[in-house]
Design a protein around this ligand. Sequence first.
Ligand SMILES: NC(=O)C1=CN([C@@H]2O[C@H](COP(=O)(O)OP(=O)(O)OC[C@H]3O[C@@H](n4cnc5c(N)ncnc54)[C@H](OP(=O)(O)O)[C@@H]3O)[C@@H](O)[C@H]2O)C=CC1
Ligand SMILES: CC(C)(CO)C(=O)C(=O)O
Length: 323
Amino acid sequence: MIVVAGPGSVGGFVGAMLAANGERVAFVGRGEDPPFPDGLSAVAMGRPPVRVEVFEDPEHLVEADLVIVAVKSKDTAAAARRIAETAPADARVVNLQNGVTNGDVLRAHLGDRVCEGMFGFNLVRTRAGEIVQMTDGEIVLDQRAADTAQQLRGAGLQVRTHSNMKGILWAKLLMNLNNPLNALSGKALKQELSDRRWRRVFATCMREGIAVSHAEGIVLERVAKLPSRLIPPILSLPNSLFLRIASSLVNIDPEARSSMADDYTLGRPSEVNWLNGHVVKRAKALGLIAPMNEKVTAAVMDAFAMSPRPPLSFDPEHFLSGG
Ligand SMILES: NC(=O)C1=CN([C@@H]2O[C@H](COP(=O)(O)OP(=O)(O)OC[C@H]3O[C@@H](n4cnc5c(N)ncnc54)[C@H](OP(=O)(O)O)[C@@H]3O)[C@@H](O)[C@H]2O)C=CC1
Ligand SMILES: CC(C)(CO)C(=O)C(=O)O
């Protein structure tokens, strides 16, 4: 039995794809509202929708051979405790969260059976309750989870395994440094990334993140069509050149937004402290500076603290001007 801890966009999508391929899948949430009250359907890019029956019951954890963790970062410790209490001690745990520290939290509760994963594409939950893949992309799993990779491939997902998951997760973190910019801009990803001023803010966040990753001794792996070190100079190019050289970076559904933009709209907390905030924290610890990530983190904290939350339309000049 495969148990998905975190029946949201990522968990629901992966769980639905696996169930549609004949795997036994159950979902474990916080136990409050049913996660998919109107049923669960997922739409992988270029494929017909799949609709599956949902089993939601924490008791299923007792039968788990595999637990896929897809909660938001703030909920990792609670999910880990539940898994440690209920799942068999030899059940594999695969972590699909963003950020580079959630795996450590899981390992503190669950030991070395935790395998890291990188979930490299964007999903939205439509009003009709479907979870739809909005950007092309792959999943990368720790090479120890080769059989899980095989199950996911069988379900029609693009998956590879890797031995240097730290390098994969840090490279993904660098891409996620745009999540708050996308939320603050109030625009879809494609529109935001078509504005050179937002790309320059993103490029600066990435440069700071790359410096931190080097000081951490991380060997960055490739998670996009381009290696991380080439992305900031390319992001900084004028539009005409950028669109010619890096069309793949904006080859995304015109409606796609980052998961942090969705969190803002849905009134949820942000993961900024695990993304840009983590770069700031590690920069300080390593004697470096990360002023752009610091400014972005502060803006997100202020924006998410507003109640009610108005639509956002930050001006990128707010970040580019010296003040
Ligand atoms: N959405 C996307 O496109 C992408 C997301 N990611 C990353 O994947 C991770 C999951 O994101 P996403 O799917 O968007 O998040 P969602 O908020 O859609 O889903 C998280 C789910 O976890 C549930 N949950 C909360 N606490 C617990 C708990 N203790 N045990 C079990 N379930 C719990 C939540 O319930 P409730 O709502 O009741 O709190 C919710 O159903 C994040 O780290 C995100 O950054 C990575 C790539 C793309
Ligand atoms: C796929 C990507 C990078 C899209 O921004 C993401 O990880 C997210 O939305 O959290």
